[in-house]
Design a protein around this ligand. Structure first.
Ligand code: HEC
Ligand code: HEC
Length: 254
């Protein structure tokens, strides 16, 4: 008899617990703050304190490669990703759902009230030659990252920093390298790939190089270097506000 009561109590608590776990869509600010604390303790060593990446992937993006929906994101956090550095975790279901909500919130940079005029910023974007290097909804250059969703991935503060001091806000994994080949010729470009024997680069006119390390005299990693020009002295304070407002409005397909 006692065992039966015990069993019933057990099922009642399990059911109650399941109901108590709010799904990401119903979570409030307190749940998100809790998720953030768990994230900073468990995930930030690899994914960065703000989730924009480190040895682990950048999670502050609108779409995650391994997690098309919240259930898939739950599975990734619980089970890890086999064959990669992403470990499984021993967290309870509630903590994991809090993390799901928090990770999703990272990919939706909050819509901010900005001082600039986005329409004027758009005109500047074209007149300042940004499309030469940046793709926007399928049109533009490929030297820099696609900016179609940049407003959802980056805060306005970070966007401003990219414009005034690009070298201080490089995207995860971005690296310029300079190689001097045995014949004395120099190749400089952005690293695409590298292993012990070879390195692949793309230069700023989009030529692709695959170089064997044996066949070069020097290989320098130019930390903080970027082909992106700084706009601190080229734009007025108002123009910068306008351009930031325009970039912040680029949020891809909603
Ligand atoms: C030991 C380092 C490490 C820790 C700790 C870690 N991760 Fe990861 N995580 C990675 C790596 C590396 C990848 C990239 C796997 C790949 O190659 O695709 C990854 C990938 C992911 C992805 C998939 C990204 C995508 O684009 O689909 C998610 C989501 C994720 N991690 C969430 C978390 C969360 C939440 C935590 C904390 C509970 C966490 N990770 C802890 C290393 C880590
Ligand atoms: C000569 C090519 C070039 C031009 C011109 C250029 N950029 Fe860039 N941009 C890059 C490269 C390369 C990066 C990636 C490295 C970095 O952040 O500096 C980048 C990064 C960025 C980023 C950060 C993207 C991210 O995902 O974090 C933003 C925002 C940006 N550029 C906006 C602009 C705007 C706006 C203009 C015009 C006013 C512009 N760029 C002009 C090459 C360029």
């Amino acid at each position: 008899m006692y065992r039966l009561v015990g069993l019933l109590c057990y099922f009642a608590t399990v059911a109650a617990r399941a109901q108590l776990i709010p799904q990401p869509a119903n979570m409030n600010a307190e749940d998100l703050a809790h998720g953030k604390r768990v994230f900073q303790a468990q995930c930030s060593p690899c994914h960065g304190i703000d989730g924009t990446g480190g040895s682990g992937a950048n999670l502050a993006v609108p779409t995650l490669k391994h997690a098309a929906n919240d259930a898939a994101l739950f599975d990734v956090i619980q089970g890890g990703i086999a064959g990669t550095g992403m470990p499984y975790s021993f967290l309870g279901d509630r903590e994991i759902w809090l993390l799901v909500a928090y990770v999703r919130s990272l990919g939706r940079a909050a819509v901010e009230n900005l001082p600039g005029d986005a329409a004027k910023g758009r005109a500047l974007f074209n007149s300042q030659g940004c499309p030469a290097c940046h793709m926007l909804n399928g049109i533009g250059g490929v030297v820099g990252p696609d900016l179609s969703e940049v407003g959802a991935r980056r805060s306005s503060q970070r966007l401003r920093q990219c414009l005034v001091d690009p070298g201080s806000a490089l995207p995860d994994g971005f690296l310029m390298v300079r190689a001097v080949r045995n014949d004395g010729s120099v190749v400089e470009g952005m690293r695409v790939n590298e292993d012990s024997f070879s390195i692949q680069l793309r230069d700023t006119v989009n030529r692709f190089y695959s170089l064997r390390k044996q066949q070069m005299q020097t290989l320098d990693y130019e930390k903080g270097a970027t082909p992106m020009p700084g706009y601190r002295d080229k734009l007025s304070a108002t123009e910068l506000d306008n351009l930031v407002a325009y970039l912040a409005s680029l949020r891809g397909k909603q």
